[in-house]
Design a protein around this ligand. Structure first.
Ligand code: SF4
Ligand code: SF4
Length: 429
């Protein structure tokens, strides 16, 4: 298949994309796990329906291929279906392969952003700072109608939903740290943490220093997930190769910790990008083996308890629990930090509707999924909900603002860093 992966690394071994899609026996066991199916009740909004559409596309038996477009673009790529599926059908990768098969060109904005990140990061950062300044001055509100008229409703939606607008990015701060001669860890700055939530990155680095001693920032590139999700495999491979080279230049030894689960799950899947390139595949495997996400770092960590913790619950970010298999680690970590103030979140593994840019492109469907999530959070009585991916932080904060303003949204790392700070503060037992 031109322009697609062609072969996939599935949980049952390497398969052609067609065989992977054909593995779906249409049992429907995953239907109730799929948030879009639960929200809409439509077969084409389920994993079974989507797998069937991609298979028909591959067999060239779909009379109007464009009719598959909406079904494939309303998939959250959350992976809940894959967790529920006995055959471990990799629906998110199949859906992405289907999008590529439709020969869709990536949206020009995604393309421009990817090129800027790849070739002109300095210019990208300058433009983002200007945009963030405009947002701080509330000037961007005036631009929203014009963005909609210009065919960029997603950008107007993003402006309305994302409240973070830092003027100092994480990598600027990290570059000021003295380099460790014998680093015990490497830190991979995800773009979301770097450009929207630098406070999360500072918290992660503080926790790593406390737990493991000195370490270094990777000076990494974008992980490539943006390019991968928008159908540009070559750009995704370009970013992957650069990051692998940086990792090797930094000694080629992990752990290499990231704090956006979407990003770390993608880093762990790098070998799939190089199935037909043995040398790069081997290097990608060594790289992927070194990656750690924050929930797995914190799950068994010896950390002090939070002083006077608020009632707190944990949303399991999709790519952590369904992409990396980190289902219990996040809640376990918070239980250790908050003790009796921790509340188990019902449906913690169900997507919040953020899913990268999904909430910007499908605001109504995203909001229906979000309301259910916020209702579950409110049901616990929590004053704080923690998550481990950038898009969850954005989405849950938007949901809390609209439907449950008593609640604050934080990253797992921030709770852990707070506990360390509490223990160090005067008067701590
Ligand atoms: S994806 Fe798996 S669980 Fe869902 S219908 Fe197909 S085989 Fe059944
Ligand atoms: S990845 Fe998520 S939204 Fe897509 S079919 Fe599977 S469960 Fe549904």
């Amino acid at each position: 298949m031109s322009g697609g992966l062609g072969r996939m690394a599935t949980d049952l071994g390497e398969r052609s994309s067609y065989d992977a899609a054909s593995q779906c026996c249409r049992c429907g066991y995953c239907e109730q796990a799929c948030p879009t199916y639960v929200a809409e009740g439509s077969e084409v909004r389920s994993a079974r329906g989507r797998n069937q559409l991609v298979r028909l596309l591959m067999e060239k038996r779909l009379e109007r291929p464009a009719s598959a477009q909406e079904a494939l673009h309303t998939c959250l790529l959350c992976g809940a279906c894959q967790t529920a599926c006995y055959a471990r059908v990799p629906t998110p990768d199949i859906v992405l392969e289907g999008r590529r098969l439709l020969a869709e060109k990536p949206h020009w904005l995604a393309r421009v952003l990817t090129r800027l990140l790849a070739e002109r990061r300095g210019l990208f950062e300058l433009l983002l700072k200007a945009a963030n300044l405009a947002r701080r001055l509330r000037l961007s509100v005036l631009a929203r109608p014009w963005l909609r008229l210009a065919g960029l409703p997603g950008l107007a939606e993003a402006d309305a939903r994302v409240r973070e607008a830092p003027l100092v990015f994480l990598r600027q701060t990290l570059r000021e740290r003295p380099a460790a001669a014998r680093p015990q860890w490497l830190y991979f700055a995800a773009c979301g943490t770097d450009y929207l939530f630098p406070r999360v990155g500072r918290a992660t680095v503080a926790v790593l220093e406390f737990l493991r001693g000195p370490g270094n920032f990777m000076e990494n590139d974008c992980c490539g997930l943006l390019a991968y999700n928008y159908g540009d495999l070559e750009d995704a491979r370009l970013f992957a190769r650069r990051n692998i080279e940086r990792f090797e230049a930094a000694g080629g030894r992990g752990p290499m910790v990231g704090d956006c689960s979407s990003c770390t799950a993608f880093l762990k899947s790098y070998p799939q990008l190089f199935l037909s390139e043995p040398d790069w595949r081997r290097r990608a495997e060594a790289f992927a083996a070194a990656v750690q996400d924050v929930p797995e770092v914190l799950a068994e960590a010896e950390l002090p308890a939070l002083k006077d913790p608020p009632v707190v619950t944990c949303h399991n970010s999709c790519r952590a629990c369904h992409g990396e298999g980190l289902k219990d680690e996040g809640p376990r970590a918070i239980r250790r930090l908050a003790g009796a103030a921790f509340r188990e979140l019902p449906e913690a593994d169900v997507c919040c509707g953020g899913a990268g840019a999904f909430s910007f492109r499908n605001p109504d469907l995203s909001d229906r999924i979000l309301r259910r999530k916020i209702a579950r959070v409110a049901g616990t009585g929590a004053g704080v909900v923690a998550a481990s991916a950038t898009s969850c932080l954005i989405q849950l904060a938007d949901g809390a603002r609209k439907y449950y303003p008593e609640c604050r949204v934080v990253h797992l790392s921030e709770l852990a860093a707070q506990a360390i700070q509490d223990a160090a503060s005067p008067g701590a037992p």
